[in-house]
Each structure stands twice: as structure tokens, then as C-alpha cells.
Design a protein around this ligand. Structure first.
Ligand code: HEC
Ligand code: HEC
Ligand code: HEC
Ligand code: HEC
Ligand code: HEC
Length: 204
């Protein structure tokens, strides 16, 4: 406060206190933000911001309001390692007849007519040395929400869990019905068996 006193010599003690409160709040908020950053750094995970996508695709309209199943678009989840993102052709299955006047759908139709793919920005990305397989987790009855949050309410997809080694191991070590993180809906995870903790299961 000494510096402030120098800058603002004519303030009364009461005015000083008044300025002091917001300054303290800003100080505490900064300290809190730094603590969160240190925590995230130490736990190895980065929870990404929701990236801006080339077309404003909205999960809450599709998977929420219109109850389109996740697997209808992410066809790889129940067959392979990658969930896969739908092609423009898959979008046009509906949008040749649905919502043709909506601005995002007009952008989509332009892509279809130009026969160009949409360059979606990846939200989740594990380091190259890590191996992850969707189908095994889906077969073990782990819902998408456990790892990805309640996507059907998202207008823009964001990463909600760290999905770092600690979280993977936490569930692999667990043979009871424990969701992977506190963000997951409790009690709806039924694991078929306990999963491997071998380094080679997840690292290549
Ligand atoms: C009509 C098609 C469609 C449906 C249905 C759909 N998605 Fe998606 N999803 C997409 C598209 C397109 C993207 C890429 C653009 C984006 O990230 O928003 C995407 C992205 C994602 C991502 C982020 C992928 C990444 O880059 O890391 C996740 C996670 C996801 N969807 C989960 C789900 C879940 C869970 C459901 C069901 C509740 C679902 N999706 C239903 C089309 C769909
Ligand atoms: C199974 C059918 C179906 C598929 C597949 C589908 N959509 Fe849609 N989409 C809808 C419906 C239904 C609406 C709501 C239309 C309305 O409100 O008139 C919609 C709305 C939209 C909108 C406007 C959203 C808004 O906020 O108004 C966009 C943009 C869109 N879809 C993009 C896509 C893209 C991109 C894909 C492919 C990744 C896709 N859709 C695949 C059915 C589908
Ligand atoms: C056990 C945790 C877990 C579950 C359950 C899970 N995912 Fe994922 N998902 C991940 C991880 C981790 C990644 C990043 C993978 C990578 O970078 O190799 C990912 C990536 C994705 C991606 C983008 C990359 C890709 O694979 O195409 C989509 C889309 C996706 N998930 C959709 C889904 C859907 C839909 C479901 C449910 C049917 C689901 N996921 C269930 C952990 C999970
Ligand atoms: C909510 C629980 C849960 C979480 C979180 C989870 N896993 Fe798993 N994982 C399982 C279960 C259950 C199995 C299958 C065990 C079995 O049936 O053999 C499995 C199997 C695997 C396999 C073997 C796949 C195969 O078919 O060879 C790999 C690799 C794997 N997990 C990687 C990961 C990684 C990497 C993460 C973190 C990004 C992760 N898992 C997070 C529960 C989980
Ligand atoms: C269930 C999956 C899983 C298993 C089993 C696993 N890891 Fe990992 N590991 C991960 C994931 C996911 C990451 C990347 C995210 C992170 O850094 O936490 C990672 C990252 C790492 C890293 C890099 C850390 C960094 O700072 O870049 C090392 C080193 C590592 N693991 C060693 C091991 C060893 C040694 C074992 C066996 C004792 C092992 N892991 C078992 C999932 C796993």
C-alpha cells in the first residue's frame, strides 16, 4: 500500500480502505489462478478451452434436442481405437432435407458441393506415446460421460477431465463401480473386469 499512498497522496484513510478491498480480492484471485495452474501442471493434464470450430456444430441440438445417438456419428467407438468424426456426407444424410436455411447448414452445403472436408479442430489429444482404445471401454459399459462429460448439453465441445495417467490408472486399478472423476455422474459405471496396469498396455 506504500506505493499507492505515494501515488494518491490526498486520499483519506476511509478511501484507502475502500480501494484496499478490491485490490485484496484481485490479489487473492490471482493467487488462486496461479495455484490452479501449478496444480494442472503438476498433474500432467491440460483441460483445454473449447476451440472455435470451422462450422458452429452444436451437440445440444443433435445429441440433446434431437436425441441422435453418439454412435450414429462417432461410428468407430464400438468397433475400434478411434471414435472418428463424421464425414460431410454423413451430415448431408439429414441436411439434404433438414434445416437447409440455417447459416451453419448453408456453410455445410457449400463444403458438400465443393467436395471439401471440414477441418475440425481436435479437442482431446493424448501424447503419441500413449495408446487408447475406445471399443474396449465401450464394451466394458463405461459411458461416454465418464470421460467426456455430459456432451449432449454442450454447444461447443470442451475437455472436462484431465485424462492423464493418474485418471487412467485410477480407474484401471479399481474393480468396483467407481467413476473416473468427480465430474462424472456417480454410480452408473459397471466394469466387466479390472483392467491392466502394465506400462505396455498404454505405452508403445
Ligand atoms: C450428428 C453428429 C454427432 C452426434 C450425434 C454426436 N457428435 Fe460428437 N462430434 C460431432 C462432430 C462433427 C464433432 C467435431 C466438432 C466438434 O468438436 O464440435 C464432434 C466432436 C465430439 C467430441 C470431441 C472430439 C475431439 O476432437 O476430441 C466428443 C468427445 C464427442 N463429439 C462426443 C460425443 C458424444 C458423447 C455424443 C453423444 C452424447 C456425440 N458426440 C454425438 C458430431 C456428432
Ligand atoms: C440424424 C440427422 C442429423 C445429422 C446426421 C446431422 N444433423 Fe445437423 N441438425 C439436425 C437437426 C434435426 C437440426 C435442427 C434443425 C432445425 O432446428 O431446423 C440440425 C441443426 C444443425 C445446425 C444448425 C444448428 C443451430 O444452432 O441452429 C447445424 C450447423 C448443423 N445441424 C450441422 C451439422 C453437421 C456439421 C453435421 C455433421 C457433422 C450434422 N449437422 C449432422 C439433424 C442432423
Ligand atoms: C475411458 C475414457 C473414455 C470413454 C469412456 C470415451 N472416450 Fe472418447 N476419448 C477418450 C480419450 C482419452 C480420447 C483421446 C484419444 C487420443 O488422443 O488418442 C478420446 C477421444 C474421442 C474423440 C476424438 C478422437 C477420436 O477418437 O475420434 C471422440 C469423437 C470421442 N472420444 C468420442 C467418444 C464417444 C462418442 C464415447 C462414448 C460412446 C467416448 N468417446 C467414450 C476417452 C474416452
Ligand atoms: C472409468 C474407467 C476407465 C478409465 C477412466 C480408463 N480406462 Fe482403460 N480400461 C478400462 C477397462 C474396464 C478396460 C478393459 C478391461 C478388460 O475388460 O480387459 C480398459 C482397457 C484399456 C486398454 C486395453 C485395450 C485393448 O483392447 O487392448 C487400454 C490400452 C486402456 N484401457 C487405456 C486407457 C487410457 C490411456 C486411459 C486414460 C486416458 C484409460 N484407459 C482410462 C477402464 C478405464
Ligand atoms: C492406463 C493407462 C496407463 C498405464 C497403465 C501407464 N500409463 Fe503412463 N501415461 C498414461 C497417459 C495417458 C500419459 C499421458 C498423460 C500424462 O502425462 O499424464 C502417460 C504418461 C507417462 C509418462 C510421461 C510423463 C510426462 O511427463 O510426459 C511416463 C514417463 C509414463 N507415463 C510412464 C509409465 C510407466 C513407467 C508405467 C508402468 C508402471 C505407465 N506409465 C503406465 C497412461 C498410462
Amino acid at each position: 500500500m506504500g506505493v499507492l499512498r505515494g501515488l494518491l497522496p490526498r486520499l483519506t484513510r476511509r478511501q484507502m480502505a475502500f480501494i484496499g478491498i478490491p485490490l485484496t480480492v484481485v490479489g487473492l484471485a490471482t493467487a488462486g489462478a496461479v495455484a490452479v495452474l501449478i496444480f494442472l501442471g503438476a498433474s500432467g493434464g491440460t483441460i483445454s478451452q473449447a476451440p472455435v470450430q470451422p462450422i458452429a456444430y452444436d451437440h445440444s441440438v443433435h445429441a440433446g434436442d434431437n436425441a441422435i445417438p453418439c454412435e450414429f456419428c462417432h461410428r468407430g467407438v464400438s468397433t475400434g481405437a478411434a471414435a472418428t468424426i463424421p464425414s460431410v456426407e454423413q451430415c448431408m444424410y439429414c441436411h439434404a432435407v433438414v434445416g437447409q436455411d440455417l447459416p451453419g447448414v448453408l456453410q455445410l452445403t457449400d463444403k458438400w458441393e465443393a467436395q471439401e472436408p471440414i477441418e475440425w479442430t481436435r479437442v482431446h489429444r493424448l501424447p503419441d506415446h500413449v495408446r487408447f482404445v475406445h471399443v474396449t471401454h465401450i464394451d466394458a459399459n463405461i459411458p461416454c460421460e465418464t470421460c467426456h462429460g455430459n456432451v449432449k448439453t454442450f454447444q461447443v465441445v470442451k475437455q472436462v477431465n484431465a485424462l492423464n495417467m493418474g485418471e487412467c490408472m485410477g480407474c484401471h486399478r479399481d474393480t468396483t463401480n467407481q467413476p473416473a472423476s468427480s465430474a462424472a455422474p456417480a454410480g452408473n459405471v459397471v466394469l466387466k473386469s479390472s483392467a491392466s496396469l502394465d506400462c505396455a498396455t498404454c505405452h508403445r
